[in-house]
Design a binder for this molecule. Sequence first.
Ligand code: NAP
Length: 323
Amino acid sequence: MPPDETPEILLIRQTRPDVAGRLSERFRLHRLEEAPDRDAFLGAAGPRIRGLAVGAMCPIDARLFDRLPRLEIVASFGVGYDSIDVAEAHRRGIVVTNTPDVLSDEVADLALGLLLATIRRIPQADRYLRAGRWREGSFPLTTSLRERRVGILGLGRIGRAIARRLEGFGVAIAYHGRTPQADVAYTYHDSLLGLAKAVDVLIVASPGGPGTRGLVDAAVLAALGPEGIVVNIARGSVIDEAALIAALQAGTIHGAGLDVFENEPQVPQALIDLDQVVLLPHVGSGSHQTRAAMGRVLTDNLFSWFDGKGPVTPVPETPWTGR
Ligand code: NAP
């Protein structure tokens, strides 16, 4: 391929060296963050850009598409793509890809860790020992996972991986999504409120975005009851964070384990001040192995696309119909 036909790819918030290294074997790369004047850069190079390689939760919208008239594909790092205007991408014939499946087990492991950490107060017990307080007396007894009924909001790839792990813990499992799933034995609830009334642990594993914003509201939290535990490994936007803080402060629910927040990386001081919550800085997929696998899926999509074979993992909103 003559040099002037080498596809040009723009990296936005995509800092992994392995991703850039592999892409540079085949493409001409630009990094938006390295441009001294981004507006001038987009004016000069934007019309040549045919692909984007973007980091997790990177906002991509019509204003950016306007600057990239030859854009064909947005390859996003991560399975969630609520920060990308996929409807607008579809309207313009731009394919969006994500990195599903390769992270499901890692995130499910983290969800179970967060659940146990919250119920058995594992970080608090660690802090208790480090503070030298064991010598003063035993750590206070905690609540238990025994006899609990666990509800999963969103029984997708990650939700199912969580459910499979929960089977080993001997708890009752139920779920809510927009449609019941024929191939599972877990109890289906056609409303989130109905699920919340039937369980005392709610694990949030649905996508973020407008369709799920604030789904876990004050009524859902109240329905979980005073022994209720909420675990969120999905997106902060799915839970009404103010309602969650109020429920925790009032003792309407027992505790929460949160990997994601409404306005990351800002975490409300009111949450930090609460003793009965476990807070993680969005680390669900954050192992070396899984992040490397996600990088390979991202680069596979761009290679496959520019080889004329279509995307490997297009999101449902921008299906590949061949061209
Ligand atoms: P998925 O396979 O698409 O599963 C999503 C599930 O949510 C589906 O079962 C879907 O079922 C349900 N759902 C969608 N919209 C809903 C709605 N409005 N109300 C109720 N249920 C709804 O996605 P996944 O691969 O499991 O990933 C799930 C999410 O986890 C991602 O979107 C991402 O935001 C998050 N995530 C977080 C981390 C982290 O680091 N913490 C890492 C990876 C992913 P129905 O279609 O039947 O409704």
